[in-house]
Write a protein that binds this ligand. Sequence first.
Ligand code: GRF
Length: 203
Amino acid sequence: FPVVVLISGSGSNLQALIDQSLQGKLNINIAAVISNKAQAYGLERATIAGIATHALDHKLFESREAFDAELQKLIDQYQPKLVVLAGFMRILSETFAKHYEGRMLNIHPSLLPKYKGLNTHQRAIDANDKEHGVSVHFVSPELDAGAVILQASTQIEKNDNADSLATKVHTLEHIIYPLAVKWFSEERLTLSDGAAFLDNTKL
Ligand code: GRF
């Protein structure tokens, strides 16, 4: 099941997918990992795992559309059935998002629809929230607004700060993202009438 993963940074979610594939828990073939940042540590993780890597610097393009068009070309060379955004810190053009509609997932560190965008951990603390968490969703053109597939939450303790909360949330990410990818690769998970649909007859 061919998958392309897009990253911008550390790639710990990518690592979770690699590890579960190696353990035989996840039946996917990560055909390529693409980063918009050449320094992203996730590219090293991919290389160590023997996965093809590409760095495509968005700063070399004169518009978002031009970058996205090149990125799309690169991705489609691998004919992925699924595109996984794993810490890919770029806003996507509408054309790009529509091209992969129903076959592109993202993970966002908040309990959506709360805290779209950046600095989610600090925002949850500042709002005195009792809990915080993470969401896996289908990507739609509007930022962090696609159909939610699954969420996991953790309590915010009195002594939590943005860093401690980020660590807790990351642990949850590494559990729920591979699970959502697994469902998709088993063709049980689809985007149907704008909502995530999990087929329970295909267990
Ligand atoms: C994660 O917190 C994810 O929710 C967000 O970007 C971060 C990526 O972390 N979209 P990593 O690069 O997978 O370690």
